[in-house]
Each structure stands twice: as C-alpha cells, then as structure tokens.
Write a protein that binds this ligand. Structure first.
Ligand SMILES: Cc1cc2nc3c(=O)[nH]c(=O)nc-3n(C[C@H](O)[C@H](O)[C@H](O)COP(=O)(O)OP(=O)(O)OC[C@H]3O[C@@H](n4cnc5c(N)ncnc54)[C@H](O)[C@@H]3O)c2cc1C
Length: 439
C-alpha cells in the first residue's frame, strides 16, 4: 500500500515538489500496485486482471518510479541497494541515497518444508498467480474432458487448497463457482466429477469474520459439496499425491498454498529493529521505533493497536489497517518536514467481509452479521470504495454491470503463458509447454 503513501505525499507536498525542494522516489518490483482483495474476483473472471492493478506511472505523476527490488538498506548511511530490471544484464545494482525512508514491502507466503510443495504448489498473492490458476483449472477440465483414463481424469479434477484464511477460502469459493458454471458447457465433465478440498490446520476458517460467520461459511461450502477438513494438515504433495494428516490421499494436479504469510525477507536485510515475528517495531505515529527518519506501514509494520482492550496488541496484517496507515504515514511525513506535530494511528477494526462465490458471502462488520447475497453485496461495495483511483472504481463497476447482463467467460488463455510455443514448433524446435498443465 506504499502507493497510498506516495499519492498522499505528492498531494500534500505539491508546493515543495514544484519548487524542487523535495523528490519522491518509489521503488517497486512491478510498475503497478495490486489490490489483493480483488484477486479472487479476478481468478473467477469477474474482473479483468488489468483492472485489479493500478499503473504506478499513470497515478504517481510527481514521483520518480524505479522498477526494481530493494535488496538491502543501510539506514545508518541512508542508502538502499536496489536491483533493477537491468541488473541481470549489467550485474550492477543502484545505490539510492535518501533522507526519509518508507518501508511497506508487505508479506510473503509462509511455506513449510512439506515434500513436493516447492515443486507443485502455487500461492495466491499476485495477479499472475490468480490468472495462472484460473487458466490452470479450466485447462484441467479440458484435460479431463479429452481422456477416458479414470486416473488422469480424477487427478485433473481434484483441487486442493491449504489454509482457510481470506485468500484460501475466497479463491476456492470463486474458482469452484466458476468451474461449476463452466461444467455446463462440457459434455463429459459434471460438477460432481470434481473434488474441491479445503484443508485447515485449526478448528475454524475465516477467523476475521468471527466464530458464528466462520461456521456458516463451513456449512455453505459443504452444502456445495466442497470437502472442508478442519484440524487437518497437508503432510506431503510429492509425486502429485496430496497426503493429509488424517491419512487420506488425493492424486491431483493442483495444490494452492494459502496457509499464512510472514514478513517480507527484505526487512531482515536492514539495520532496523524487528520484533520477535520479524515485523518492524513501530510507534503509533508510524515511525520505526528507535530509528530516526524511518517509517513503516502495512503487513511489514508492527504498530501498537491503541484501540485494543489488552495492552501490547499490534494491528493485524490486513488491507483495512494497511490502507489507513499508509495514508496517515503520508500525512505524518509532510508534518515532520514542516516541523508540525505528528498524528497518532488509532483505528478500531470494523470487521470483515468475504466472498464465497458469485452472490454468496459472509460479513461481520460494524457489529452486524450478514450472510448470502447481502454479505456478498457488502463485500463488493466495501472493496469498491477502497480500491485506489476513480478510474479503477469506474472500470470495475462497469465490468460488474456487464457481467450482470451476459454469461461468465469460461475461456482459458493458458497458452498466453507460453507465447513462443507455437513459433518454436514452427521453427522445428521442441515446444516448451507442459501438456500436463502443471501449475
Ligand atoms: C487473495 C487475498 C485476499 C485478501 N483479502 C483481504 C480482504 O478481503 N480484506 C483485508 O483486509 N485484507 C485482505 N487481504 C490482505 C491484504 O491484501 C494485505 O494485508 C495488504 O495488501 C497489505 O498491504 P501492504 O502494503 O503491507 O503489502 P502489499 O499490498 O503486499 O504491498 C507490498 C508491495 O511491496 C512490494 N515489494 C515487496 N518487496 C519489495 C522490495 N524488496 N523492494 C521494493 N518493493 C517491494 C511488493 O511488490 C508489493 O507491491 C487479502 C490478501 C490476499 C493475498
């Protein structure tokens, strides 16, 4: 959500930017920001991939964008070492000197040393993963449709999701919904031929929406024939067989790993203080505790939760806090540069909304519990209000409106991931595409 900070800063520091007193440099591995809560809708095909992302150059017109990845930060010397797209060719990194540092690198998937996971698993944090997964699922249906071999069919139509948080439940809910719809157009793949399995290590899913709504989500998923296994862990997925801690085994071609996140590894490559979970220790003003001229927000920042009943609590890593913190952070940097008093971050978590597929959802927000269509509607309204820029809001709304008038798209453009395959074949080489459609 560093984008929100940069947007805020370029607005608040307009006079200083015009005079050339200030320069804002944004370092990002991609030239776009991804609004992650929309990824499940993108995987279902309800929003096109380019509308889930915001092009940084288009909106950060007063900032200098450097497409690259910060590899380390020496805050004592005020230098960040950045690997850019050119680094692979030149072997040289960029050294960026700065006066104020903002760190908002988010989190990365927390994986475990489970046999086969690194080879066969796929995460669900990026737009590439969301679209890759959509193409992969439809491709598996095509594979199943083109063979009578029961073992191949069965493996192709078995989809295992590990982790019952937002990402896992929403991705599974949306993809199963899309696949069930797509099955109408296959003469030999029926909805009941598919196995959708959710594996969760604890005894509840979607803890963010509260216990009652979490139970409702389980009932709703099971009603749709989704196999929800609580207090169960994935023990292996070697040889493309998912082995669960309850002893069951599922040959498959799809393991989606959404079992939690951990702080981004870049944080360990700085000389800034981290807490025991590896997040940056922050003050309620969003400065890094014990360092000067360093600021942080979002999943990477351990910010004291001033609204919590028990002391010592930190704000949870979610979009609600990340967006609000990023905006306040922008304001506070402007205050600091002008010698003004800093504002304090205190936001009481208002609850959560989650989609379980088209017209289905759960919500526990502002003390109200909603399920089914009203919750799903609330989910869309909430995230539409949060996605940055009017342009993106308008495009997403237009897509939803059109989707209400026409049937869903069920096409897989998996071949987009292998754009040279056709030409390689024509030129007499071996096509690089894996016919088994590995993810
Ligand atoms: C599928 C999914 C659904 C979700 N749904 C919800 C929801 O419904 N409600 C909710 O509240 N939360 C939800 N979340 C969580 C929410 O999206 C995150 O908490 C939020 O995005 C965190 O914001 P952030 O700015 O800290 O990190 P991010 O949004 O992850 O942004 C971090 C940015 O830093 C960049 N970066 C990383 N490393 C470097 C580096 N070394 N150098 C330069 N740049 C770097 C990344 O490329 C990225 O652009 C969901 C998450 C996922 C994955």
């Amino acid at each position: 959500m560093g984008l929100y900070t940069a947007l805020r800063l370029q607005r608040k520091l307009k006079p200083e930017l015009q005079r050339g007193d200030v320069e804002i440099v944004v370092v990002s591995p991609d030239p776009y920001m991804t609004y992650q809560p929309f990824l499940p809708e993108a995987t279902a095909g309800n929003i096109s991939p380019r509308h889930v992302v915001v092009p940084l150059r288009r909106v950060l017109t007063e900032c200098r964008l450097l497409v690259g990845e910060a590899q380390s930060i020496d805050h004592a010397k005020r230098v960040a070492t950045v690997a850019t797209l050119a680094t692979q060719e030149t072997g040289r990194t960029e050294q960026i000197t700065y006066d104020e540092l903002v760190l908002a690198p988010g989190s990365v998937s927390r994986t475990l040393p489970i046999p086969g996971l690194a080879d066969h698993g796929i995460g669900f944090k990026t737009v590439e993963e969301a679209i890759g997964l959509r193409n992969h699922v439809i491709e598996q249906m095509d594979i199943a449709s083109s063979t009578r071999d029961p073992a191949i069919r069965d493996a192709a139509l078995t989809f295992v999701f590990v982790g019952g948080g937002y990402a896992g439940v929403e991705a599974l809910g949306e993809l199963e919904d899309m696949a069930r719809f797509a099955a109408r157009y296959y003469h030999n793949v029926k909805r009941d031929d598919m196995k959708w399995i959710l594996v969760e290590a604890t005894n509840r899913i979607l803890p963010e929406v509260g216990e009652e709504m979490g139970k409702y989500a389980v009932t709703e998923l099971r009603r749709r024939n989704i196999d929800v296994r609580m207090e169960t862990r994935l023990e292996s997925c070697a040889d493309r067989i998912a082995v669960l801690s309850d002893g069951s085994r599922f040959p498959n071609r799809t393991v989606v790993w959404t079992a939690g996140v951990k702080p981004h590894p870049i944080l360990a490559a700085t000389d800034l203080p981290l807490n025991e979970h590896g997040r940056l220790k922050c003050t309620p003003q969003l400065t890094v505790d014990g360092a000067t001229h360093a600021w942080a927000a979002g999943d990477a920042a351990a910010v004291p939760d001033l609204t919590a009943k028990e002391p010592g609590k930190e704000t949870a890593p979610n979009a609600q806090h990340a967006v609000r913190q990023a905006k306040l952070l922008g304001d506070n940097i402007a205050h600091a540069l002008r010698g003004e008093e800093l504002e304090t971050y205190a936001h009481k978590y208002v609850g959560s909304v989650a989609s379980l597929g088209l017209h289905k959802g759960v919500a526990h927000i502002y003390g109200r519990k909603l399920k089914g269509y009203p919750a799903w509607f609330m989910h869309r309204a909430y995230h539409l209000s949060r996605v940055p820029t009017f342009n993106r809001k308008a495009r997403v709304l237009a897509e939803w409106t059109l989707a209400g008038l026409f049937k869903r798209e069920i096409v897989s453009l998996g071949s987009l991931e292998h754009p040279r395959a056709e030409f390689e074949l024509a030129a007499g080489g071996k096509p690089s595409r894996d016919p088994k459609g590995s993810s």
